[in-house]
Design a protein around this ligand. Structure first.
Ligand SMILES: *Cc1c(COP(=O)(O)O)cnc(C)c1O
Length: 421
């Protein structure tokens, strides 16, 4: 953990925990390193569903080329936070109302998921010009990946055998321009696997377009760049991806490749910080019960992993009896929910963990707070802190606020509006 983060964690009062702490300067540096590793002809979009927190979106605005939104809610939210950002609207099950809104709010690219969706779009677009990609579910053996979204029967995208019907529809509606295809097949790929999938997709797309005499302007190969929850220091190899993409682009002059990662961009900037309420033993095993739990950070339950963490030892102990503690053994870190699923890390060896110590869970910046079931058991929401070395004031909602500003949970549109107002 970086020293400025640890300092911040240490000076947070107990009653302000649990809290999410976002390292905005770290996010800016990380995203810039990703951008720098990619060739110019590769456009970098951020998948807002990984974490749509306005403060993160504002940092990313200056680095990425645009944002991928996957629902009407994300579309309205992102448009409000970033009025001028380039937006791509994807995702299954778009309603007619969402499509109408996309036309109204001026999305730059619409990723069409089915023939029916394209028909609705044609009916709604009238003479409004719009550029679309057809999302295709290509048959492809993906091997062992953490989340397969395609390559096999799937609700996502259009089966290749239905593409010609889509082309006939498009031919009858010249206002809607086909820019190319979109493919997001899996999450959790390393750079070698990403390049293998991308090469396959580009080859297929070029042949498909050529056979139909369609100008192929753009191929979006999706997100899914892997992160390693067992080793937070082991990052996706963006240099290798960039070099490999340049090589592929050399074979496809005039083509723009777009990627839209989420997790691999924002995971590392978020920390979920809490404290140990109790330590006990049960049938020989050690358990630490933490303030908060999977209703704030559902990621380990959703993905079935141990969330990586660091112990921040504290010396305060207000009680006259000995602190419950474990040392030099494995401990299971559970939350406050009345369910055995409320576990953040299972049987992980620790040097020492005592009631009153703090635990900072790493890699909590993506698919973390925003995928969690916040209202279960009605515990209070965590605080939200934004550390930004580049502009210290930007971590404060107003000039009178204390340095460690606590914000309302950013997931609800009305609260976001209040805070931004
Ligand atoms: C979720 C999603 C992404 C982002 O995936 P990550 O694994 O977070 O990189 C990109 N594109 C589409 C279509 C998605 O559904």
């Amino acid at each position: 953990m970086k020293p400025h983060l640890e300092d911040h964690l240490r000076q947070l009062p107990d009653d302000e925990l649990p809290a999410y702490v976002y390292d905005l300067s770290g996010l800016r540096r990380h995203a810039q390193a990703i951008r720098d590793a990619l060739p110019e002809r590769v456009e970098l979009f951020y998948a807002a569903k990984a974490n749509p927190d306005p403060r993160l979106l504002q940092v990313l605005r200056d680095v990425v080329d645009g944002f991928e939104v996957a629902s009407g809610g994300e579309l309205r939210h992102t448009r409000k936070v970033l009025p001028r950002a380039r937006l791509a609207f994807g995702g299954p099950g778009k309603t007619a109302a969402e499509l109408a809104q996309a036309l109204e709010l001026g999305v730059e690219r619409l990723h069409v998921e089915s023939e029916h969706e394209l028909r609705m779009l044609c009916a709604l677009a009238a003479d409004r010009p719009l550029k679309v990609l057809l999302r295709v579910n290509l048959p492809l053996d993906l091997g062992q990946v953490s989340l397969a979204m395609g390559g096999r029967p799937s609700p996502f995208g259009i089966d290749p055998s239905h593409l010609d019907a889509c082309l006939r529809l498009l031919a009858a509606h010249p206002g809607i321009r086909l820019r190319g295809v979109h493919v997001h097949l899996a999450s959790g790929l390393d750079a070698t696997e990403q390049l293998r999938v991308t090469e396959h997709v580009l080859t297929w797309a070029a042949q498909w377009a050529q056979a139909r005499d369609i100008p192929l302007g753009e191929v979006n190969v999706g997100g899914g760049m892997g992160v390693d929850y067992t080793d937070p220091g082991c990052l996706f190899d963006w240099q290798a991806l960039g070099t490999g993409l340049q090589r592929l682009l050399d074979d496809h002059p005039g083509l723009t490749v777009r990627i839209e990662p989420g997790r691999s961009v924002s995971a590392y900037c978020g920390w979920y910080v809490t404290r140990v309420l109790d330590v006990k033993r049960s049938q020989g095993e050690a358990f630490a019960v933490l303030s908060g739990g999977t209703h704030h950070l559902r990621t380990p339950a959703a993905k079935g992993h141990d969330q990586p963490f660091e112990v921040v030892a504290t010396d305060d102990w207000p009680w006259p009896w000995a602190r419950p503690a474990v040392a030099g053994e494995s401990v299971t870190l559970a939350g406050q929910l009345c369910t055995p699923k409320d576990v953040l890390a299972r049987r992980v060896p620790v040097e020492r963990l005592r009631a009153g110590d703090r635990v900072a869970f790493a890699m909590a910046g993506a698919y973390a707070w925003n995928i969690s079931h916040h209202d279960f058991l009605m515990h209070p929401a965590p605080g939200f802190h934004y550390l930004d070395a580049a502009s210290p004031d930007s971590s404060r909602p107003g000039s009178e606020a204390p340095p460690s500003a606590v914000h309302a949970p950013p997931s609800r549109g009305d609260r976001v509006a209040q805070r931004r107002g």
